[in-house]
Ligand binder design. Sequence first.
Ligand SMILES: Cc1ncc(COP(=O)(O)O)c(C=O)c1O
Length: 501
Amino acid sequence: MFNAAQLSMALDRDGEEPIYRQLIRHIRAQIESGSLPSGARLPASRELADQLNISRISVVNAYAELRSEGYLSAHAGRGTFVARDVTPDRALPEPSKHAPQPLKEQLNSDRPLREMMRLARQPGVINFGQGAPSPEFFPVATLRDAINHVLERDGAKALGYEMPEGYPPLRAAIRDYVSALGIRCTTNDVLVTGGTQQALDLVIQALVGEGETIVTEEPTYIGILDIARTRRINVHGIPSDHEGMRIDLLEQYIMERPPRLIYVMPSFQNPSGSVMPLNRRRQLINLAQQYHIPILEDGVYHEFRYEGEHIPPLRALDDYGVVIHASGFTKMLLPGLRIGYIISDGKHHQRLVRVKQAADISTPGLNQRAIHLMLERGIMAQQLERNNREFFRRRNAAVEAAQRHFPPGAHWRVPQGGLYLWVRLPSNGPTAAELYIPAIQKGVGYAIGNVFYPSHPDPYVMRLNYGAHRPADIDLGFKRLGEVWRELSHSYSDIERQLVL
Ligand SMILES: Cc1ncc(COP(=O)(O)O)c(C=O)c1O
């Protein structure tokens, strides 16, 4: 093991500049002057915090920011290092246009930011950072009835091993449900999974080998990045706009290095909220067919539309069998029973069943039967209708609150569905990571945008889950966020003024 570099610096504990900002400034200066050379290992966050007598979270925060700027890199199990290719005047990393980020760089590279985001889980913090509807939406009473009914009806049969493909009546109900969305399939094409997350993981396991590359939207769902890390595959982000993945840039990439899989969320993309219009959906399918690259469609937010025209899922437009459709009843009904599914045909389905069996034999039979009964009783349809009405109200509250409280120059698109507002802060103030700890201290949390980018992070973006909060809390939370942004930007300009004088 190398020895960590010794860092010495004078910190101003009574000044206005937050300690973690001072740390960032000192470390950056030492890297730029060459006194911290490329490849030098930095002390562990706890060690440096003890050495300087400051809180560990200040160090975690500073390291995270310096990593997002490209000054530092993290290596799983070995520590934090000065980046190899750091140059004196560099502000942001410029990874090569087409090369996927090396596997080692991707491993755990956003862990400190994600650790930091756990701080939002404390009383008094209005947390817009989570990725789910709040528990107030869960149908507790109807689930209790459904489970009791299943146990009375099926007895011990409900508690044994289920077939790996899934409980047959649930598979048939899923076929009927997706048919109503325009997806033509038979019961044989349906595989029941442990939530959408397992559906994505099974597809990756079945189709992508270690060291191979998939492409995703840039930014993308954090869970696919987690799967990629644990399965040791590379992810390349294709730049995306408010209509989703850019097909021209995807084609350019494919021509140079055909990936193994294209992963997309065409409706209410997480985190950006983008919706891919019909013509782009068709272009994507044609391109994938032309180059024989399967598309993995994640439809988990498809039904969360409260405004505008319904657009069919990719799988409903696919005449070639190039799209594998993954989704679940987790966001629409409740996440805790972990029921998702994959619609695919032919050889993909056979292979996926084998991978599923190897993973966990089958999804719990009791959960499948309870969800099946709830679908039959029309509970999901009722809940979707009620929830979408409430999300619409919350969306309006969020947009009004953002207009009222966020700084001039902050930018967002008004989502027509989903749960999230994706906000870009003006770049003349703190980044989303810099703002985070002061925001928590003020009682508001959010998801730091950097964690959603496989290739080129944008340090000024954040994701706000308005769907999880009542309008009064949305207003209060956004007000706190606006205030803390203003306080921090003032202290920045004061410091800049002092430096100039
Ligand atoms: C886009 C997306 N896909 C998949 C999932 C995983 O969902 P599930 O709870 O069904 O596993 C999530 C959860 O946040 C998600 O946002």
